[in-house]
Write a protein that binds this ligand. Structure first.
Ligand code: NAI
Length: 507
């Protein structure tokens, strides 16, 4: 196989540049690393060489292959050395003027067929290309950290990029063992845009005092299957990286309410409490391990009252089956008896509103989140309202924990935790499709590989039912009166006529 670009330069030998240089060399290209700090080049080559030595020790590379790779990863001491390169990947500091200067200098040195790409995560590809003589040969090539392990790359066409350039970059990505996805030049491209739902909605839930960080992390890990909770993820990425990205995307989309940042991360960033790398973020770290606050114990309740379930509960039959399996005394009357624990399971609405609308006694009313099928989750989430009596809350907690399943009890909020976060993720993903930033298939690929979600957001919406997601969003809009929950037309139309969220119209 001949590699698409025989001679490749990588400018900027930091975290990203060294990873890109590694996989391009492995694909078969001759690669030059250039950096304004010569010691950065030496450090990067050493680091990559060590990676290859480790792969050899593990038997994943032969000694010949390692020697061959090492012979093809070179350092360059000045831009002139790169004159023969057919592709230059820029991974330098995230400053538009410095990037523009570099590309202008490169155009003077390189042949007029050389392709130039930027690894920027937050700048506009079109804006950088505006400085160039040959914008048709310029594109975005957005990798993720650490490059050899995060096997997805966004290929971004600027306004003037020639489609054949994207095709070559796509092919080269595959040769490097990566999965390419095509994105339009828009703020955050695909992955950083799609990722806005998770952390931002979780922050809003915390800021309303509904639950603490650790509880929200547990709920989203156990109910949805996210590998890391949003606050664990913030700690890993560090707020000095993630908060500016949140702000940038919000402002680039002209203060779109869906992407609104939160004062919690702004304050923590200002205070230097940025995450694991400094030993303290949302969690404290000792020897690199997070100190996780212990979960509140299951209350001991001798006598659990009979249970009455609202006729309007989501997944009512499944909920009744759960209660039966737990050995609950289930009331079947049209209204609850005076001693009954009253269970509601709204989608989007808060427990307070449901108790008032259904004329239930709020003191005995507790909500349960039934968006996901109970058998598909490892945790049940209950919510009280401001009037719920402590004995009723404890009885519900003890009852739903009887089979050993984890239970979290949170304060009242439209949509509990999972409904809010999942509906927001599905809605933002739908809007990415609505804007034609990428195809639904590429969106799913980019998010599962780039954000390690258990399944793609559109598949998640389809599994739960677009109509359920829409119900959550419409009701959240009513509860909060906030346009951030307005459904994307993509979701609304497909939900209304029962189509898959992956469905694209015939062109
Ligand atoms: P880094 O700070 O680790 O490395 C940047 C390197 O570029 C440094 O070695 C620096 O000496 C060199 N450099 C700075 N100005 C230069 C110039 N004018 N000419 C040549 N070399 C120069 O940065 P990192 O994290 O590798 O990021 C690089 C780029 O990749 C940025 O545009 C960033 O936004 C983007 N990016 C970063 C990701 C990450 O997670 N770190 C993920 C995806 C994209």
């Amino acid at each position: 196989m001949t590699v698409s670009f025989q001679k490749v330069a990588v400018i900027g030998a930091g975290a990203m540049g060294r990873g890109i240089a590694q996989i391009a060399t492995q694909a078969g290209s001759q690669v030059w690393l250039y950096d304004t700090q010569p010691e950065a080049i030496a450090k990067a080559r050493d680091a990559v060489f060590q990676q290859w030595d480790k792969l050899q020790e593990k038997g994943r590379l032969t000694a010949e292959a390692v020697a061959d790779h090492k012979s093809r990863l070179l350092g360059a001491s000045e831009l002139q050395d790169l004159a023969d390169c057919e592709l230059v990947v820029e991974a330098i500091v995230e400053k538009i003027d410095i990037k523009k200067n570099l590309f202008t200098e490169l155009e003077k040195v390189l042949s007029n067929t050389a392709v130039l790409v930027t690894n920027t995560s937050s700048l506009s590809v079109t804006a950088i290309a505006a400085a160039l003589q040959r914008p048709a040969l310029f594109a975005g090539y957005h990798f993720f950290n650490p490059v050899p392990l995060m096997k997805v790359v966004e290929v971004i066409a600027g306004l003037k990029t020639d489609p054949s350039v994207c095709e070559r970059l796509t092919e080269f990505a595959r040769q490097m063992g990566h999965t390419p996805v095509q994105a339009q030049d828009t703020p955050g491209f695909i992955v950083n845009h799609a990722g806005r739902g998770y952390g931002t909605e979780a922050l809003r839930i915390v800021s309303e005092g509904v639950a603490d960080f650790a509880t929200i992390d547990r709920i989203l890990r156990d109910q949805v299957g996210f590998k890391l909770g949003p606050f664990e993820l913030f700690d890993l990425t560090a707020l000095d990286v993630s908060h500016p990205v949140i702000e940038a995307i919000y402002h680039q989309y002209y203060e779109e309410p869906r992407y609104r940042p939160n004062v919690i991360t702004a304050q923590r960033l200002a205070g230097g409490v940025v995450g694991k790398k400094v030993g303290e973020g949302f969690y404290k770290y000792v020897d690199g391990a997070a100190l996780i606050p212990t979960e509140p114990p299951v209350p001991v309740v001798d006598d659990i009252p009979p249970v009455w379930v609202s006729p309007r509960a989501a997944r009512r039959m499944a909920l009744l089956q759960v209660l039966k399996n737990l050995g609950a005394k289930i009331e079947t009357g049209a209204s609850p008896s005076p001693e009954a624990l009253t269970i509601v399971a709204p989608l989007g609405f808060d427990i307070t509103t449901v108790a008032v609308v259904e004329r239930l006694d709020p003191a005995r009313t507790v909500g349960i989140d039934m968006l996901f099928d109970d058998v598909a989750t490892k945790r049940r989430v209950l919510a009280t309202n401001p009037a719920t009596r402590a004995d009723m809350r404890d009885a519900a907690h003890a009852l739903f924990a009887r089979d050993g399943k984890a239970v979290s009890v949170i304060r009242d909020s439209g949509g509990f935790v999972t409904q809010r976060v999942v509906a927001t993720i599905v809605n933002i993903a739908s809007d990415i499709c609505q804007q034609r930033i990428c195809s639904p298939q590429d969106l799913e690929t980019a998010v599962t590989l780039g954000l390690a979600y258990p399944i793609g957001p559109l598949a998640m919406g389809n599994r739960l039912g677009p109509d359920s997601i829409l119900e959550v969003l419409f009701n959240l809009q009513t509860v909060y009166g906030d346009p951030r929950y307005r459904p994307s037309p993509w979701l609304r139309r497909r939900g209304a006529i029962g189509l898959s969220l992956m469905h694209t119209e015939e062109e």
